[in-house]
Ligand binder design. Structure first.
Ligand code: FPP
Length: 257
C-alpha cells in the first residue's frame, strides 16, 4: 500500500501572500549544546545547518529577503574563545556554501559594523557578497557586528555630515530620507520577525525597521529550527490581520476597492 504523503505546513502557505522579508533572531545555540552535552561552539555549528534549511525554506515559500542576526555588537563581550570559534565558523560556512548560494540565485549582503570583524571573516564576507551579487531569487542579509542603536547613531552622524556639507537641508529630513542612511537602505522593512530559544525580546535588532513587524516567538532552540518550523511561522503570520494603525473596517474596505 502506498504511504500517504505527510502534510507539510508549506502546503498551507498562500505563496501570493508570503511575507516579503523575514528577520530572524537565532537564539538557543548554547542551551541546545548544553542539553546535548556538547560545547557552545557545537551549538553554533549545528546552527549553520538551520540557516541552510531556512534559506531553502524561504526560497520555497516565495520569501524575498531573510535577515539573520548572526553576531550582535553586544556579542563582542563574549569570551574570546567563543568569539574566535564563531568567526572561524563563519568563514567556513561562507566558503562551504558559496557555490550553493550562486546555484540557487541567493544574494548575500551584510549589515553592521563589519570593520570590527577579523580580516579573514571580513574578506570572506566581501568575496561572498561579490560572487553572489547577481542572485535575484532571495537576498540573505547577514547582520554581523550589528546593533540597531549603533546603526541609528551611525546614520545620524552621516546625516549631520551631509547637512553640514550642503548635500541636504534640515527641511529634507523625514522618515523616508532617514531610512536611506540606515544600513538596510533598499531593503524593505521586515514583515515578520522570528525569535527562537524562548526569550521574548528584540535585543537591539532592527528597532527602526520593525515599527510594524509581526512577531513570532518559539521555544525551539535555533539548531532544532528547520524548514517545517519556518513554514509553520509563515502560516501563523498569514492568519493575522496587519492594520498599520487603521481599523479592521478600513482594511476590509481597502481590500474590496
Ligand atoms: C545565539 O545563540 C546565536 C549566536 C550568537 C550566533 C549564531 C551564529 C551562527 C549560527 C552563524 C551564522 C553565520 C553564517 C555565516 C550563516 P546563543 O549562543 O545566544 O544561545 P544561548 O542563549 O542558548 O546561550
Amino acid at each position: 500500500m502506498e504511504e500517504s504523503k505527510q502534510m507539510s505546513f508549506l502546503d498551507k502557505i498562500d505563496k501570493s501572500k508570503s511575507p516579503e522579508h523575514v528577520a530572524i533572531i537565532m537564539d538557543g545555540n548554547g542551551r541546545w549544546a548544553k542539553v546535548h552535552g556538547l560545547e557552545r561552539a557545537d551549538g553554533h555549528r549545528e546552527g549553520i545547518n538551520s540557516v541552510k534549511s531556512v534559506v531553502e525554506a524561504a526560497s520555497n515559500a516565495n520569501v524575498k529577503f531573510v535577515t539573520i542576526y548572526a553576531f550582535s555588537t553586544e556579542n563582542w563581550c563574549r569570551p574570546d574563545e567563543e568569539i574566535n570559534a564563531l568567526m572561524d565558523l563563519m568563514v567556513f560556512a561562507i566558503r562551504q556554501e558559496e557555490d550553493n548560494l550562486i546555484k540557487n540565485n541567493v544574494r548575500v549582503k551584510s549589515i553592521g559594523d563589519t570593520n570590527r570583524l577579523p580580516e579573514k571573516t571580513r574578506l570572506a564576507l566581501e568575496e561572498c557578497e561579490e560572487v553572489t551579487s547577481k542572485g535575484n531569487k532571495l537576498m540573505l542579509v547577514l547582520a554581523l557586528s550589528y546593533s540597531s542603536k549603533w546603526e541609528i547613531v551611525h546614520a545620524t552622524k552621516q546625516l549631520i555630515r551631509d547637512v553640514r556639507n550642503g548635500k541636504i537641508s534640515e527641511d529634507d529630513i523625514n522618515e523616508t530620507l532617514f531610512s536611506q542612511y540606515l544600513t538596510t537602505k533598499d531593503i524593505p522593512d521586515p514583515d515578520l520577525m522570528i525569535r527562537t530559544g524562548g526569550e521574548l525580546r528584540m535585543s537591539n535588532f532592527l528597532l527602526w525597521q520593525a515599527a510594524y513587524t509581526e512577531f513570532y516567538f518559539t521555544d525551539t532552540f535555533w539548531p532544532d529550527f528547520r524548514e517545517e518550523n519556518f513554514y509553520e511561522a509563515i502560516v501563523d503570520y498569514q492568519r493575522r490581520e496587519r492594520r498599520f494603525g487603521k481599523t479592521s473596517e478600513q482594511i476590509e474596505s481597502e481590500k474590496k476597492s
